[in-house]
Design a protein around this ligand. Structure first.
Ligand SMILES: Nc1ncnc2c1ncn2[C@@H]1O[C@H](COP(=O)(O)OP(=O)(O)OP(=O)(O)O)[C@@H](O)[C@H]1O
Ligand SMILES: [Mg+2]
Length: 368
């Protein structure tokens, strides 16, 4: 094993989309020229879509896998006076889609509010630098802007992650901002009292359907968002392509010269797809696990299996490496899942033809 070259030691673990795809974004922007677009947007709505979905002929890489019409509705919503709310099961790329949209529209996907039971208004709007506040009063310099303030001031998309985990009164901070597009700063003097949002500002919120109900959103706030449900990837072939692409990219970034062989990608994705949908490719009914078998999870299983094979084995990725990481990811919720997985192996995996499936089956048997 060679040690890592000096040049990679200072690399950022996960660059923001606008940095990672800076080249694609600038090419799309020059191709757009001064074509009409919503005020404050970096790209035309057509280029935003090409960026998110990819455009092979123009050298734009595929990123989010989903229907074009869903994406069109999302982009249109952002050009209106309502926010965009992405909801769905965990691991369906809601956060990833909001990052891509923010990068394409504002050239900045980093204005993020992380929703949790402890999210305060300070973390959404602004707070004060107390030393300056005492020294000079509530001046512009003493104000410490939070993401919403910055998005309004700079005319950018703000991302509100997991909004339904916030207490209702915190969620409702957004009410007047979304309708009147102005934030009141009562501490400031006359002309600083109101921050009027610049064009280009809007909000993309995400919420996980498994969490919803913890804090249901108010009807008033719901009215200020367009809701879009992001479904899991329905097409097995598309899911396989994505998992292959993403694991290759992640292993490459980790400096691990291992790839997931296509027959193992097929095995991994088929297993996830069947356990998620509750039926096999040939129509047999299955019991679904209580753990969400998301595409994001399949990517992490493939990635972990590659790391495992590289550091502890010869570097040849085998079905047992997949099984090891699958066991780690599939039993988060309930002990019953273990029985359901075993049932799947005994009734489905066992019957499948091919060396990879057989080795997969044997791997679970060896686990005892
Ligand atoms: N339709 C999809 N298109 C592209 N990538 C996908 C898709 N579905 C899942 N993924 C994978 O999932 C990862 C992103 O998951 P992300 O964290 O955005 O999901 P999420 O829906 O926000 O989940 P959570 O509800 O847990 O926050 C991507 O990096 C990608 O590897
Ligand atoms: Mg998310």
């Amino acid at each position: 094993m060679t040690s890592q070259p000096e040049s990679t030691r200072n690399e950022i673990q996960r660059p923001a989309a606008e940095a990672l795809y800076a080249d694609e974004l600038s090419r799309l922007a020059s191709a757009d020229g001064d074509a009409p677009r919503p005020e404050g947007w970096r790209l035309t709505p057509r280029s935003v879509l090409d960026f998110v979905l990819g455009h092979a002929a123009n050298g734009i890489s595929p990123k989010f896998v989903g229907s074009r019409s869903l994406l069109e509705r999302c982009v249109v919503a952002l050009a209106t006076s309502r926010g965009l709310m992405l909801i769905g099961e965990p691991g369906t790329a809601k956060s990833y889609l909001s990052e891509l949209l923010a990068a394409a529209i504002s050239g900045d996907s980093t204005l993020i509010i992380q929703g949790s039971a402890g999210t305060t208004e300070d973390a959404i709007k602004y707070s004060w630098n107390y030393a300056l506040l005492l020294a000079e009063g509530p001046t512009e310099q003493a104000l410490v802007p939070a993401p919403l303030y910055r998005g309004m001031r700079e005319g950018k998309i703000v991302r509100f992650e997991e909004i339904t985990r916030c207490p209702l009164e915190i969620q409702d901070t957004l009410l007047s901002i979304l309708s009147d597009r102005v934030m009141a700063i009562p501490e400031r003097e006359d002309n600083g009292r109101n921050l009027f949002a610049r064009v280009g500002f809007n909000i993309i919120a995400t919420a996980n359907t498994r969490d919803r109900g913890v804090n249901e959103m108010s009807a008033a706030l719901k009215r200020r968002f367009n809701f879009e449900t992001i479904p899991p990837i329905a097409d097995l072939q598309h899911e396989m392509e994505l998992v292959q692409r993403e694991t290759t990219r992640l292993l490459g970034r980790a400096g691990v010269p291992v790839t997931l062989p296509p027959e193992l990608t097929e095995l991994l994705v088929t297993t996830f797809h069947e356990l998620r949908s509750g039926k096999t490719a040939d129509g047999k009914a299955l019991e679904t696990l209580s753990t969400v078998m998301s595409t994001a999870e399949a990517v992490s299983v493939g990635f972990a299996a590659g790391i495992h094979a590289y550091y502890y084995d010869s570097g040849k990725l085998a079905p047992r490496h997949l099984l090891q990481s699958l066991l780690g990811s599939a039993f988060k919720e309930s002990p019953d899942d273990r029985d359901k997985l075993r049932h799947y192996f005994n009734h489905v995996v066992k019957e499948r033809r091919g060396a990879a499936w057989r080795a997969f089956y044997e791997a679970l048997r060896n686990e005892g």
